[in-house]
Design a protein around this ligand. Structure first.
Ligand code: IMP
Length: 195
């Protein structure tokens, strides 16, 4: 069977791997580098919805092709939903995952409410229309960084029902329960019903 190509509007290799693992039965997923899209996309929106639309519509303007993007982040209850859309640049524009995690742990040093969730919004361009799919996973912020797998805040996020962080649990478990997996399941269901 020849798989239909779908463009995933991201240069984040970790995300691309996750998306590939989740979609590879149904589609051949290609990233921005594969379609020679090199322009930086400025995520200037105030919500995950707005940012996912900005990314997807940039590719539509460029190629007018079947594509999707996700915008995702961590929402922490005691920080009123921060870092949210600023997750990637919580500790500054060029902050590393390590810097962002340190700032988060520092801000929460005396907090007993460790509730948080990861959220993803996928924006799909299909048959000349934009469609949105959401996914989230609830959990707790650990007291310290643990584990080496994954990316971003994975070393400090303990999903509900587990005692280990995403970075300790690894890709196989994460890809079954993550915010991105939940949103992708909805995307696949939609495409199976409409493609
Ligand atoms: P985006 O690429 O604009 O969606 O930014 C997402 C940011 O949110 C990433 O740079 C990470 O800091 C964080 N993030 C999103 N999804 C995950 C995840 O699955 N694990 C850990 N951090 C994540």
């Amino acid at each position: 069977m020849v798989k239909k190509k779908i463009i995933f509007a991201s240069n984040n290799a970790h995300k691309l791997n996750e998306i590939n693992a989740l979609l590879s039965n149904n589609f051949e997923v290609v990233g921005l580098k594969d379609v020679n899209y090199t322009t930086e996309i400025i995520e200037s929106g105030n919500t995950f919805h707005e940012n996912s639309f900005i990314k997807t519509s940039a590719i539509v303007d460029f190629l007018n092709s079947f594509c999707f993007s996700d915008d995702s982040g961590l929402e922490v209850e005691c920080l009123n939903g921060q870092p949210g859309v600023y997750s990637a640049r919580f500790a500054g524009e060029k902050a590393s995952d390590y810097d962002n995690i340190n700032l988060l742990l520092q801000k929460m040093a005396n907090e007993t409410n460790r509730n948080a969730q990861f959220k993803t919004v996928i924006c799909l361009y299909f048959n000349n229309k934009y469609h949105y799919f959401e996914g989230f996973v609830k959990g707790q912020i650990a007291m310290e960084s643990r584990g080496v797998n994954g990316f971003g805040y994975d070393p400090v996020f303990i999903p509900e029902g587990f005692e280990n962080t995403f970075a300790e649990l690894g890709a196989e478990i994460k890809n079954k329960i993550s915010h991105r997996a939940m949103a992708i399941q909805k995307l696949v269901k939609f495409l199976n019903e409409n493609d």
